[in-house]
Design a protein around this ligand. Structure first.
Ligand code: EPU
Length: 336
């Protein structure tokens, strides 16, 4: 099925993007025609809900919007359920469904914008849980090989906001479904500061239900993060930078308030939002783009912005953080 080529309603930053051709993938039977078309090139683009991409104003290639639907309880595997979820399912709706069914482990990931198929690409994570801890495998169409491949969790090469799907050549993988491994026994994860100090979660941890955690996570997100339906954004625009113990120690001497989290390997992850706020950007606006007033890590489009304007602001921020702290920020969403 072909669609009008303006993608501004199909990316949460609300950037105007005129694509050559857009196909909505609703049924895997379409792959018989679409597979060869994608393999011919030029490089296509696979889009879920467009919540983690920066689109250019024109895109001279084929765009596939993945709208595959379906949730199937595949099997019981020891202390887990294995559940297959089609790539086009809305992420948050899936989290709500899983919680209602007693398939535990996704509560901390509530209200993240986007689709199930996009979730493995950047290995979504929030409030102490990362997607890679909850999945069994990913099934994807490999464009150049023109075949389906099921990759185990290890084969997906997950890292912090990273995977082989994110590192691959653009449009190489079209994720069609994700197999989740969700716990039969409920075990809350309340380590993240925003949850540890949340009034509704201060009961003995056995008394906290999955619904309590999901509700608390949604409340925290609504407070800090702008709703893309109201204000264009792609969540965090930069990754939290990881620095060595020595660099962390040196920074802490100069900036005693520095916000940092010790990592298992001895390095430290710095809160990029704090660094950006210290440089004075929080709540600033420049033309159609700006820095969110409640979370300095989130860049916003007030309406009518183009990718160039947004990336120019990102560059200004990166330079300021580099100058003040000697730390290099890396952009988190996929720049097309
Ligand atoms: N902070 C500030 N000023 C700010 C923002 C943050 O000082 O403007 C400091 C505060 O000390 C705050 C700390 O940074 O306590 C951490 O902030 P927050 O809890 O909002 O989390 P984050 O590190 O900024 C990361 C993820 C988010 C995720 C949250 C919660 C990345 C790039 N971002 O943000 O993910 O929701 O943790 O787990 O890792 C996303 O990837 O798009 C995203 C929103």
């Amino acid at each position: 099925m072909m669609q009008a080529s303006d993608l501004s309603a199909f990316n949460t930053l609300g950037l105007t993007c005129h694509a050559k051709q857009v196909v909505v993938l609703q049924d895997l039977a379409q792959m018989a025609e679409l597979g060869p078309l994608l393999a011919q090139g030029p490089q296509g683009l696979v889009l879920g809900a467009g919540s983690n991409v920066v689109l250019p104003s024109t895109l001279p290639s084929l765009v596939v919007r993945v709208a595959l639907k379906g949730i199937t309880l595949a099997q019981s595997a020891g202390d887990h359920w294995l559940i297959d979820v089609a790539a086009g399912e809305n992420w948050h709706d899936w989290v709500v469904t899983a919680t209602a069914n007693g398939w535990w482990g996704l509560e901390n990931l509530g209200l993240i914008p986007g689709t199930v198929g996009a979730a493995p690409v950047q290995n979504i994570g929030a409030y102490g849980v990362e997607l890679c801890q909850r999945i069994e495998s990913v099934t994807a169409w490999q464009v150049t090989e023109q075949k389906y491949v099921t990759l185990s969790r290890a084969e997906c090469g997950f890292g912090y906001r990273d995977s082989i799907f994110k590192r691959a050549r653009r449009g190489e993988w079209l994720i069609v479904s994700v197999r989740f491994a969700l716990a039969k026994a409920w075990q809350p994860v309340l380590t993240y500061p925003d949850l540890a100090r949340h009034p509704q979660l201060s009961l003995a941890s056995q008394a906290v239900t999955a619904q309590d955690v999901l509700d608390a996570v949604c409340a925290v997100r609504r407070r800090k993060l702008p709703d893309p339906a109201i204000l264009g954004n792609a969540g965090s625009f930069f990754k939290n930078p990881v620095v060595s113990a020595a660099q962390h120690a040196a920074l802490q001497v100069r900036f005693p308030q520095l916000v940092a989290y010790a990592q298992k390997d001895g390095s430290f992850k710095l809160a990029a939002g704090w660094l950006i706020e210290q440089c004075g950007f929080k709540g600033m606006r420049s033309g159609a783009v700006g820095v969110h007033a409640q979370q300095a890590l989130v860049l916003v489009n007030y309406g009518g912005a183009q990718a160039t304007e947004l990336l120019a602001l990102a560059d200004t921020i990166r330079q300021a953080v580099q100058t003040s702290f000697g730390v290099t920020l890396e952009i988190e969403p996929v720049i097309v």
